[in-house]
Design a protein around this ligand. Structure first.
Ligand code: 5GP
Ligand code: MG
Length: 236
């Protein structure tokens, strides 16, 4: 038989636990040095992971129906690194085989696309020319963090075709930025995780001058975040 005090404690915990759980779920985990560096949440880690599971299922289906061959997943460093890790994990759970490669593209200076894209692709041959020997005849899936104006992919994809001679290139991007009315994207992705507003975001691999890649969630950067001097974190 329950005592009145037991009934009270059961009621107390029934009420308290969901409240505590809810407040924990609303907390975002980030390094304390980033306090006040965000002005708003764009995507929580959980939401990102759920969508990546769906993207992996779409890719798996695509590989089975169209290519029928083992894809070569190409990660565009550094921003897409976190997305790449979680995407490949979901593909493993679907028993989808793949090979991996990495390329590096850099176009942003501060919060603005510089318009000029620097590419670092593969190895160099004896004549100093870049070679992409692993791409030949392969069905490539290029994994991007964010598609903004499309400048980077407009430059990168034809270079990969020309130097790598793959059978096909499909592009999967976690984020696709909505541009101002009437602005045409220079490149369109085949698979898109989320369409997001035209704001500068950080986290989940995406940086601002090399900071904030270590965030689990995706935020809008605040003025304090833009003005923060990253060197403060390096000098012990
Ligand atoms: P695009 O060449 O399409 O204009 O820009 C694509 C590249 O710019 C992305 O791969 C990413 O490196 C960078 N970028 C574009 N928008 C953002 C943003 O809001 N935040 C961050 N951190 N990088 C961005
Ligand atoms: Mg990128």
């Amino acid at each position: 038989m329950l005592h009145q005090s037991d009934t009270f404690s059961i009621l107390y915990y029934m009420l308290l636990i969901p409240i505590q759980w809810k407040s924990a779920a609303n907390q975002f985990l980030y390094p304390p040095e980033y306090q006040s560096h965000f002005s708003g949440l764009v995507l929580s880690h959980e939401k990102i992971r759920a969508r990546i599971r769906e993207l992996a299922a779409l890719l798996h289906q695509h590989c089975q129906v169209h290519a029928r061959a083992r894809p070569l997943l190409v990660c565009t460093l550094k921003g897409a690194c976190t997305f790449f890790v979680h995407l490949t994990e979901e593909l493993q759970l679907l028993r989808q085989g793949f090979d991996v490669e990495f390329v590096r593209a850099k176009s942003y200076v501060g919060t603005e696309s510089s318009g000029a894209v620097r590419l670092l692709l593969g190895q160099e041959d004896a004549d100093g020319l870049e070679v992409l020997e692993h791409f030949k005849g392969r069905h490539v899936v290029l994994v991007e963090d964010i598609l903004d104006t499309g400048t980077t992919l407009e430059k990168l994809v034809p270079v990969l075709h020309e130097k790598g001679q793959p059978a096909s290139i499909q592009v999967v991007t976690l984020l696709d930025k909505r541009l101002k009315d009437g602005t045409e994207k220079k490149f369109k992705a085949d698979f898109i995780g989320f369409s997001i507003p035209d704001v500068f975001i950080i986290g989940y691999g995406l940086d601002y001058n090399e900071l904030y890649r270590d965030l689990r969630d995706i935020f809008v950067i605040s003025q304090a975040g833009i003005e923060f001097d990253a060197k403060k974190l390096h000098d012990g």
